[in-house]
Design a binder for this molecule. Structure first.
Ligand SMILES: Cc1cc2nc3c(=O)[nH]c(=O)nc-3n(C[C@H](O)[C@H](O)[C@H](O)COP(=O)(O)OP(=O)(O)OC[C@H]3O[C@@H](n4cnc5c(N)ncnc54)[C@H](O)[C@@H]3O)c2cc1C
Length: 413
């Protein structure tokens, strides 16, 4: 590898804030909202020009269940607020039933057992509504800014370096929440991280206009037959150095993944057009559709075997989107590590085992961990420290559901 030596440079300190949230996906939106509502001056930095991350720009527009599939609501607080917001302009036409028993006052417990509390929404309207929500809460949003480094003071993150159209600058913060999905700030600050072993299969979700109206087409690599594989796809598969599992952490590989996804979308268009002359793609993902890439190795690592376990330090709960029944309490220790101070994580990069990752990476759980991490960061910024009872009190005040007994109605085992 060849190297160049860059000139030493003075970087202007452009801003100071109490809580800095890196990334404006569902986790970042939830963290920023929670931090601002807890009373901290909050700045959210997003490299794109819209909020929502995968849930809007990535066209993943299915808000998976906030219930356990057995009639209990297990996600409260900001998670519930965001799923209700997703219905503000009506539910998008899809295979999902409208969750009437959960949103209408006459919903009975029996009916809630039949239908899961999940929605599908319009990504454009949702991104606009998320922005309004944060602005009303007093969050300052900075778009078009990539965080490329951190400034450390010993083992404490003092600030971040960002690159935007104005150049390179530094923002100091009392506490930082890494909601980049890829644990970028953890990596940059030297916090322990773990990369996903199973990697990411190709996905090419897009919106298309069809004879039946506009539809989300959930094209994943597994849904693509041999004959649909494009020349780019075949070339990638034939390349001995590559396979069709993507880490999401290598820039060249991710660029190739995007090209393969585009080619698959074009193939799908050609095939569908023969069946349905109205078929046309109308919206493509603007960011890579990556599920699991890199995460923090935190003070605690939650595992799928801990289903139903009571944690005295719980900061929220999640169900399992794949099956009815399981509920997990989420211990605070998955949001931080001992090695780097003033750093919290939320969303796709919290500290969980490989099998648990598939459960915590989805939208409702990203909102739960976002609210908890944002509240903890705000308490840290405002008081210099927090203890678990203070954090839990603040979360309960903001309607979070922490333990199985807090589910609506309570889960008794
Ligand atoms: C194909 C696929 C299908 C899925 N299906 C579903 C589903 O049906 N339902 C569901 O609930 N979930 C689903 N998921 C998972 C879910 O969409 C995401 O995991 C979730 O939305 C992640 O939220 P997040 O905020 O943690 O991360 P992201 O949405 O990835 O947000 C991270 C944000 O940080 C920004 N960012 C990253 N790095 C930097 C940086 N260095 N500087 C500044 N900004 C940065 C990004 O631009 C982005 O906006 C699916 C995911 C995929 C890929």
């Amino acid at each position: 590898m060849e190297y160049v030596l860059e000139k030493e440079r003075k970087t202007p300190v452009a801003d100071r804030t109490q809580v800095l949230v890196a990334g404006g996906g569902i986790a970042g939106v939830s963290a920023a909202l929670a931090a601002a509502r807890t009373g901290a001056k909050t700045l959210l930095i997003e490299r794109e020009w819209l909020l929502g991350g995968l849930a809007t720009l990535g066209l993943i527009t299915i808000f998976l269940p906030v219930c356990d599939g057995q009639g209990h609501q297990v996600v409260g607080g900001i998670g519930e607020e965001l799923i209700r917001l997703s219905l503000k302009h009506g539910m998008e036409k899809s295979h999902l039933p409208y969750p009437a028993p959960w949103v209408e006052p006459d919903g009975t417990p029996e009916k809630r057992k039949e239908i899961r509390w999940q929605t599908q929404y319009n990504p454009c309207l949702y991104a606009l509504e998320l922005e309004q929500l944060l602005l009303k809460a007093g969050v300052e949003i900075r778009y078009g800014a990539l965080i490329s480094d951190v400034v450390m003071d010993g083992n404490r993150i003092q600030g971040v370096i960002l690159q935007d159209k104005s150049g390179r600058s530094c923002v100091f913060a009392d506490a930082v929440v890494d909601c980049t999905g890829d644990a970028d700030l953890c990596q940059l600050s030297g916090a322990p991280t773990v990369c996903c072993e199973s990697g990411n299969k190709l996905a090419a979700w897009h919106y298309a206009e069809t004879a039946g109206g506009r539809r989300l087409r959930m094209v994943g690599c597994l849904d693509v037959s041999e004959d649909m594989a494009s020349s780019v796809q075949k070339e990638l598969e034939a390349d001995p150095g590559k396979n069709t599992v993507y880490s999401g952490l290598d820039a060249v590989e991710t660029s190739r993944m995007m090209q393969a996804a585009h080619a698959v979308t074009l193939q799908r268009y050609r095939k569908e057009k023969k069946r349905d002359p109205a078929y046309e793609p109308v919206l493509l993902p603007a960011i890579p559709q990556l599920r699991m890439t890199r995460r923090l190795q935190g003070a605690y690592t939650l595992d799928e075997a801990e289903e139903g376990t009571y944690f005295s330090q719980s900061v929220g709960m999640t169900g399992d989107w794949r099956k009815r029944g399981p509920v997990f309490e989420i211990p605070a220790g998955i949001l931080y590590c001992g090695e780097v101070e003033h750093l919290y994580v939320a969303g796709r990069c919290v500290s969980v085992t490989e099998s648990m990752w598939d459960i915590t990476r989805v939208i409702p759980c990203c909102a739960v961990t976002g609210q908890a991490a944002g509240t903890a960061a705000a308490l840290q910024a405002l008081h210099g420290q927090w203890d678990i009872s203070e954090l839990q009190t603040a979360l309960i005040r903001d309607h979070a559901l922490l333990h199985l007994r807090d589910a609506i109605p309570p889960i008794v085992r």
